[in-house]
Write a protein that binds this ligand. Structure first.
Ligand code: ROI
Length: 161
């Protein structure tokens, strides 16, 4: 069993509803137990600014799936929710599910880099992660608390449940 943290993000087609649906889908993943989801947060787009604000959250599951099995399933959830991979890098998306952390593992395969490469620079990942895992230590040895302390909020807003 591994503890896995997943980043959720959407900025099209009712982003809150997209995240609600993602959480429902994550609750029915095989060989997995849903542990928690952070509040939802409104965030400014990272990358091109000519796109709507995002809604982001971090979810936690325990799973006995292999990393690439989990990736297959999270990509299937993204597709079911109408994600269209656009030509533009870092453009708007209906639903994005990123594997942020997979237990203590460090992975570098064709399909998967874990910890997620942007994790420590993205306020919309770091703050929700700290909300649900305040004691977390990353594989690098850095604590989530240390990372929060060095990362500006950049207008991140916790939304009411
Ligand atoms: N910006 C924000 N605020 N939230 C995201 O989830 C997000 N996802 C992305 C890019 C386009 C990099 N920007 C983002 O993929």
């Amino acid at each position: 069993m591994q503890r896995v943290y997943l980043g959720l993000g959407a900025n099209l087609n009712n982003p809150i509803k997209q995240l609600d649906n993602a959480v429902i889908a994550l609750k029915s993943l095989p060989s997995s137990e849903f542990i928690a989801c952070s509040h939802y947060y409104a965030s400014k787009p990272m990358g091109p600014q000519d796109q709507p604000d995002y809604v982001n959250a971090v979810a936690c599951i325990n799973t006995s799936l292999e990393p690439e099995q989990l990736l297959d399933l999270t990509q299937a959830i993204e597709l079911e929710h109408g994600r269209v991979r656009k030509a533009e890098r870092w453009g708007a998306r209906t639903l994005d599910i990123d594997i942020l952390l997979f237990g203590e593992h460090t992975l570098n395969t064709e399909r998967l880099t874990v910890p997620h490469y942007g994790l420590t620079e993205r306020e919309f990942v770091v703050y929700p992660l700290q909300e649900i895992a305040p004691e977390l230590i990353l594989p690098s040895g850095a604590s989530i608390q240390q990372i929060v302390n060095t990362l500006p909020l950049n207008d991140l807003q916790q939304l009411p449940r």
